[in-house]
Design a protein around this ligand. Structure first.
Ligand code: ARG
Length: 463
């Protein structure tokens, strides 16, 4: 590709060590697609005659077909990178005309373009899989109806909530990830073709045409920036990192809830494993791996940040080191999402046990204080009085609502017989009645609005 200026041969070990083809062969499809568009732009400025263009286009097509038929062809130790591979193969097929394809372009713009095409496709694939995962939460929320469970703060039982409300908390955070993916797509979807090595092509190529042909929203604005910019990769892996953090937090909670100590769910056998030593065991390996893989994805995002920091403009070969981080993070996420979706669809919640837990530990204490507030007692005082009642219940080993009315009256004269209905689970849930609260009617509305958001996502989805 560049041997003219060299008097000596490359050191063989260096030669093979600096090659990127073993991993950038993943970009072959993007490379063929963007090269075909560049060829057509060349034909439009007269650098390729019509029959030469035909030869180049059919040569590019055949490269794709040959590799599809025999993926072993990618075990090639001659090509330095995917760009070199295509050139070698093209010339092998159509002769020296193949060398014309590199007129007016540079590998610097090619790799920037290929990575944008790859990232755009990965965003679309991950986005669609994420939508399915979110749908599983919304479906399970609907199925759970008005079932109740404890909500925790500080990992201590706090207040009862509707099971669907808890599930929708995950849907909500994942919908934010979905939106962040879409937003990152906007800055990814710009076309570097025509920016060449650093200063722009020396041929008057139609950049609008090339951008349009590749489905990009517009050409990139500045050739120096376009060849040096990997922000879209950093953004993409940052979005994946935050998504991975959400998946890890979810996995952790599922693992906790699957313990005998909680007993809120039964691990789906199809996605669990046993112990080679302890015959009774069933382990939530899928969840543990999801938690572990989040560390891996965050590690790749960190690698990108560190590789790109301190690089002067414009292209530097360090940028080649960004590729594997992106491939690994994207492929890891693509592998995880369909599995956790199935897990979520098949996991069995122990609604009975959740209900029992929701009704113990005086989780209606805040509702009890609200009862006094509604009788005109200032909240701080109500809090104090209910606290005393909770202490008494603890001494008696009973729940708040099992204390006798005269015991309560001794603590505060505002307690009356209507107290007992007020602190029943059903009412405790019902009084959290405002947008975003856990009152069953509000949760039903939230389910409907989450469904609507999913449909909107699908309507906007890029095919
Ligand atoms: N394989 C290279 C990369 O991934 C392609 C760009 C090479 N450009 C150059 N000027 N050597 O970054």
């Amino acid at each position: 590709m560049w041997s003219g200026r060299f008097r000596q041969r490359l050191d063989q070990a260096f030669e093979s060590w600096q090659r990127s083809f073993p991993f950038d062969c993943r970009l072959l499809e993007c490379e063929l697609e963007s090269s075909a568009v560049h060829a057509r732009a060349l034909a439009r400025v007269g650098v390729l005659a019509p029959e030469e263009l035909e030869a180049v286009l059919s040569g590019l097509e055949q490269i794709g077909e040959r590799v599809a038929g025999d993926p072993e062809l990618l075990n090639n130790d001659e090509a330095e990178d995917v760009h070199h591979y295509v050139e070698i193969e093209l010339v092998r097929q159509i002769g020296d005309i193949g060398y014309k394809l590199h007129s007016g372009r540079s590998r610097n713009e090619q790799i920037a373009t290929d990575l944008r095409l790859y990232t755009r496709a990965a965003i679309d694939e991950i986005g669609a899989a994420l939508t399915e995962f979110i749908r599983a939460f919304v479906d399970r929320a609907e199925q759970a109806g008005d079932a109740a469970m404890p909500a925790y703060t500080h990992l201590q039982r706090a207040e009862p909530v509707v099971v669907g409300h808890w599930l929708l908390a995950y849907a909500e955070m994942l919908l934010r990830d979905r939106a962040r993916l879409e937003d990152c797509r906007k800055r990814t979807n710009l076309c570097p073709l025509g920016t060449a090595a650093v200063a722009g092509s020396t041929l008057p190529l139609d950049r609008e045409f090339m951008a349009q042909e590749l489905g990009f929203a517009a050409p990139t604005a500045n050739s120096i920036d376009a060849t040096a910019d990997r922000d879209f990769l950093i953004e993409f892996l940052s979005v994946l990192s935050l998504l991975a953090i959400h998946l890890s937090r979810w996995a952790e909670e599922m693992l906790l809830f699957a313990t005998q100590e909680y007993g809120f769910l039964h691990l789906p056998e199809a996605y669990s494993t046993g112990s080679s030593a302890m015959p009774q065991k069933m382990n939530g390996d899928l969840l543990e791996l999801v938690r572990g893989k989040s560390g891996r994805i965050i590690g790749q995002a960190t690698a990108l940040l560190v590789v790109t920091k301190g690089l002067p403009l414009a292209y530097n070969k360090d940028l080649q080191e960004t590729q594997e981080a992106v491939f690994d993070a994207a492929e890891t996420m693509v592998g995880v999402l369909p599995l956790i979706t199935k897990w979520m669809q098949t996991v069995e919640f122990d609604l009975e046990r959740m209900l029992q837990a929701a009704q113990s530990g005086s989780m209606n204490a805040l509702a009890a204080a609200t009862y006094l507030v509604r009788k005109g007692v200032p909240f701080r005082i109500a809090h104090e009085q209910v606290g005393k009642a909770v202490c008494l219940a603890l001494d008696r080993h009973c729940e708040l609502e099992q204390l006798k009315l005269d015991e309560l009256e001794q603590i505060d004269g505002h307690f009356a017989s209507d107290f007992y209905d007020f602190v029943k689970l059903e009412n405790v849930l019902a009084i959290h009645d405002l947008p975003g609260g856990t009152a069953p009617g509000r949760v039903r509305q939230a389910i409907a609005s989450a469904r609507k958001k999913l449909l909107e996502e699908e309507a906007h989805a890029h095919a």
